[in-house]
Design a protein around this ligand. Structure first.
Ligand code: NOJ
Length: 711
C-alpha cells in the first residue's frame, strides 16, 4: 500500500478506531479463554471492559505465540473489525523464542556484537515464523546492583558496552540498519526508558533519583547509542525519574527521548503502567492517568485500556493532542504495511516447524553459550578435566537438571536442553559420568571410584528476572556445605555455577579451586559447558558486572567516581570496615586455558590533539593449541579534572581472534572525543591534562599521554 492509501485509511477511521490502534491487550478476549500459547507477564486487568465494538478496534496483542494461535486470533479479529486493519503481535523473546540463547547478561560476557546480532537474527526468524511482529527487546538498562532481579536481562555495568550490544541486537532483530525491517525481521523495542536499572536499593519498580550528569554520561548513554540503530519502538519504564513517573513525563519522553536523542518512532508503555499512574498517586483516576500518559508522549497503552475508556473526554479537553494521535496511528499503519500485513496477515502453519530449532540456530546457540561462560578461578590448572580423569562425579542441585534456560525463556522447553552429564557424554564418550543431587545420595563405591568431581551449584533460574529482587545474593548454606564436603574428599574438583546475577561468594571462595560461571546458557547448555570442562574449547568470556564479596557490598561497579578519601588500609577512607576493598571479581575479569601474553606495547604519540588521535598497539601471543577470541579492553584514567571523574573509564574494546600458537598485532585508537565528559554545568568538555591508559588490568597502567590546550 502506498502512503496515500494509508492516509486515506487514516481519514476513514473513527476516533475510537484510532484509539484502538493505540491500545494493546492480551489474547484471551478474542477466543474467550487463556491457552498454552498465551503468556501473561504481569498482573491481570479486567478484559471485560472491552465491548465488541471496542475490542475489534484494538491494534495489537501481547504474549500470544505459535502460528496456529496468531492466525486464529487474527482471523477472529478480521472477521469482525470494520476496517480490517490486521493486528500486530508482540512478545518478549528476551534471549530467544524457542531456540534459547544465554541470558543477556551472559551474552554480554562475550563482548561480541556478532554473537548478539546472530542471536537476535535467529530469534527474529523464529518469531516471524510464529506470526509475531514486534519483540520487546533489547533491554539496555545500565545495572550496578545485583540485588535487582532484572540484571539478568541487562548487558552489565558499562554504558558504552551496553549501548553497542543493544545496537547489535536491534540490527539482528530488524535485519537492516536503516530503521526498516528486512525479510523475516521483527521490529525491535528498546526498553525501559529510562534508568529503570537504577531503582533504589535494587528493588524492582522502585524510585530513580539521579543527577542529569549521571543520566547523560551513564544511565542515558546506552539508549542514546542503541537508538542510533533506529529501533521501531521504545518502551517507557515503570519507575519515577527525579520525582515524575516516566509514563507521565514529558521531560523524559518528549524532551529527552524525542528531542535530545531524536527518536521519532513509537513509544509503548510498560505493562499496566498507564493505569499504575494512579498508584503513583499522580493521577486521581483512570481518565487522568490516560490524559497524563498521552500528553507525555506514550503512543501505545499496554494492557490497561484507559485510552479507549476515556478518549472522548480527553480529546474534548485537549484537542491539541489529536495531531499526535494521528501521527502515532499513521506510524502503526505504516509498520503493518511494511510488514506486508495488508497483503497477507497470516503465517504458514506448515512452515513454522522447519524454522524453529533449526540445526543452524542450535549451532549459534551453542557457540553463544560456550562464549558466555566465564572462568573466574583456576588454581593449579584444575580445569580442564585432565585426560587421566575418566570417572566423573557430578553432584549438586544442578547436576541433573534441564532447567538451564534462565528466566524470560519465552517458548523455550526444558525438554530440548541437554543436562551437564549428557553434554559430557556427548562430547567425550570415553567418560564415565555419575550424577547425584547430594553426596549423601552417592553410593560409596561410586565415590571411591570417581577421580574428578564437579559441583554443579548456583541460584535457581526463577529467583532472578522481573519482580525477583533479593536481599541475599549468596549461595544457600546447603550448597556451601556441599562444596566443603567435596573438598574434604581430597579429589580434584571444580565448581560450575548457574545464576541470573552475580553472587556474593566471599565465605566460600577459598574452598573453590576452579570456578566456571555459566549464568543460564540456554538450549545448548550441557553440551556447551562440557566442551569447556573437557578442554575441547577454552573459556573466553569476561565479566561485564562486578561480583560483590557480600550482598551488602552492592551496588558495586568498576567506574566509581574518585573520592576525597580513596579506599586504603585506614578506616577513615571510603570503604567498609568489615570487608576487603574492591569486588571479589572485577569487571573485565575472565581466565582462559591459553597462557596468553601481551608484549611490545607502543603508542603512536604521547600527545593527543583535536586533529590526531593516539594509536596504542601491542602483540598478543597465544602459546596454546586453542584458536580463541581474546577480549581486549582499554580504559583511561583522567588524572585531574574540574569535576570528579571515574577512576577508570572503558573507552575501547575489541574481540580479537587469536589462532593457536600465533601472535596477533592489535591497534586501538582513541580520539579527543573519547575524553569528553559533562562538566558541573552539563557542558560537554575536554580538559587539558594527563591521562593514563590501562589494557585489561585495572590496576596497572601501560601507557600515558597528555592533552595540551591548543593556545
Ligand atoms: C513488563 C516488563 O517490565 C517488560 O520488560 C515486558 O516487556 C512487559 N512486561 C511485557 O511483558
Amino acid at each position: 500500500m502506498d502512503k496515500n492509501k494509508l492516509l486515506e485509511l487514516l481519514r476513514k477511521m473513527t476516533l475510537r478506531e484510532k484509539f484502538g490502534q493505540l491500545t494493546q491487550i492480551t489474547g484471551e478476549p478474542f477466543i474467550g479463554r487463556a491457552d498454552d500459547d498465551m503468556v501473561e507477564t504481569g498482573p491481570g486487568y479486567p478484559p471485560d471492559m472491552l465491548e465488541p465494538d471496542t475490542l475489534y478496534t484494538v491494534g495489537s496483542v501481547i504474549g500470544v505465540s505459535s502460528a496456529k494461535m496468531t492466525n486464529r486470533i487474527q482471523s477472529e479479529y478480521l472477521k469482525r473489525s470494520r476496517l480490517k486493519i490486521p493486528l500486530l503481535f508482540m512478545h518478549d523473546a528476551i534471549h530467544g523464542y524457542k531456540t534459547i540463547f544465554p541470558i543477556p547478561l551472559a551474552l554480554s560476557c562475550t563482548w561480541d556484537e556478532r554473537i548478539l546480532e546472530k542471536a537476535a537474527e535467529v530469534t527474529a526468524t523464529e518469531l516471524r515464523a510464529s506470526g509475531i511482529h514486534v519483540n520487546f527487546s533489547p533491554m539496555v538498562d545500565l545495572v550496578r546492583d545485583a540485588r535487582w532481579g532484572r540484571v539478568m536481562e541487562a548487558f552489565g555495568e558499562d554504558h558504552l558496552l551496553s549501548g553497542h550490544l543493544g545496537r547489535a541486537m536491534i540490527r539482528g532483530y530488524q535485519k537492516r540498519s536503516d530503521g526498516k525491517i528486512g525479510p523475516a525481521g521483527v521490529a525491535a523495542c528498546v526498553k525501559h526508558f529510562a534508568a529503570y536499572g537504577a531503582a533504589v536499593a535494587g528493588k524492582d519498580y522502585n524510585t530513580v533519583d539521579m543527577s542529569m550528569r549521571e543520566f547523560y554520561d551513564y544511565y542515558g548513554k546506552p539508549y542514546e547509542i542503541a537508538l542510533q540503530e533506529k529501533p521501531k519502538f521504545v518502551m517507557s519504564s515503570f519507575n519515577t525519574f527525579n520525582g515524575v513517573p516516566v509514563t507521565a513525563s514529558e521531560a523524559m519522553l518528549r524532551q529527552i527521548l524525542r528531542g535530545t536523542y531524536r527518536f521519532d518512532d513509537l513509544v509503548i508503555s510498560d505493562w499496566g503502567a498507564v493505569s499504575e499512574l494512579q498508584n503513583h498517586r499522580v493521577a486521581r483516576d483512570g481518565k487522568e492517568a490516560a490524559e497524563l500518559a498521552l500528553t507525555a508522549g506514550v503512543d501505545i497503552e499496554m494492557v490497561s485500556t484507559l485510552y479507549l475508556a476515556h478518549f472522548e473526554a480527553i480529546v474534548a479537553e485537549h484537542p491539541e493532542l489529536l495531531d499526535d494521535v494521528d501521527a502515532a496511528v499513521l506510524k502503526i499503519l505504516q509498520l503493518k504495511n511494511e510488514l506486508g500485513l495488508f497483503e497477507n496477515p497470516y503465517v504458514d502453519e506448515e512452515a513454522e516447524s522447519a524454522v524453529i530449532l533449526s540445526p543452524e540456530s542450535l549451532e549459534a546457540a551453542r557457540e553463544a553459550a560456550r562464549r558466555s561462560c566465564v572462568l573466574l578461578k583456576n588454581d593449579h590448572q584444575t580445569l580442564p578435566i585432565g585426560k587421566q580423569h575418566r570417572s566423573i562425579l557430578i553432584v549438586g542441585p544442578f547436576s541433573n537438571t534441564r532447567e538451564l534456560l534462565g528466566n524470560w525463556a519465552c517458548k523455550g522447553s526444558f525438554d530440548d536442553v541437554p543436562t551437564l552429564a549428557e553434554g559430557l557424554k556427548q562430547v567425550d564418550d570415553s567418560l564415565q559420568v555419575n550424577v547425584y543431587d547430594t553426596l549423601d545420595d552417592c553410593p560409596g563405591d561410586v565415590l571411591e571410584q570417581c577421580d574428578y568431581i564437579i559441583a554443579a551449584v548456583g541460584e535457581r533460574w526463577d529467583l532472578s528476572g522481573e519482580g525477583h529482587s533479593s536481599v541475599h545474593i549468596g549461595l544457600e548454606d546447603s550448597q556451601q556445605q556441599l562444596i566443603r564436603q567435596v573438598k574434604r574428599l581430597n579429589k580434584p574438583y571444580a565448581c560450575v555455577f548457574f545464576s541470573g546475577r552475580p553472587l556474593a561468594l566471599q565465605d566460600i571462595i577459598d574452598d573453590i579451586p576452579a570456578l566456571l560461571w555459566c549464568w543460564y546458557p540456554g538450549t545448548q547448555a550441557g553440551v556447551a559447558i562440557a566442551e569447556l570442562l573437557t578442554g575441547q574449547e577454552t573459556p573466553s568470556g569476561k565479566l561485564t558486572m562486578s561480583f560483590p564479596r557480600y550482598s551488602a557490598q552492592t551496588p558495586i561497579y568498576y567506574n566509581e567516581y574518585s573520592t576525597g578519601r580513596p579506599a586504603n588500609a585506614s578506616s577513615y577512607s571510603s570503604r567498609y570496615q568489615d570487608c576487603e576493598i574492591g569486588p571479589l571479581f572485577a569487571f573485565g575479569h575472565g581466565l582462559t586455558y591459553t597462557g596468553t601474553e601481551y608484549a611490545n606495547f607502543r603508542q603512536s604519540s604521547d600527545r593527543i590533539t583535536a586533529e590526531q588521535g593516539i594509536t596504542f598497539s601491542f602483540d598478543i601471543h597465544n602459546p596454546s593449541g586453542y584458536d580463541y577470541p581474546e577480549i581486549v579492553i582499554l580504559y583511561i584514567e583522567d588524572l585531574v579534572s574540574k569535576a570528579a571523574r571515574p577512576t577508570r573509564e572503558m573507552k575501547k574494546y575489541r574481540v580479537v581472534p587469536v589462532p593457536a600458537r600465533q601472535t596477533v598485532h592489535v591497534e586501538l585508537t582513541i580520539s579527543l572525543d573519547d575524553l569528553q565528559y559533562l562538566d558541573a554545568n552539563l557542558q560537554r568538555t575536554v580538559e587539558p591534562g594527563e591521562f593514563r591508559v590501562y589494557i585489561n588490568d585495572l590496576a596497572k597502567p601501560v601507557f600515558a599521554f597528555v592533552y595540551e590546550d591548543a593556545v
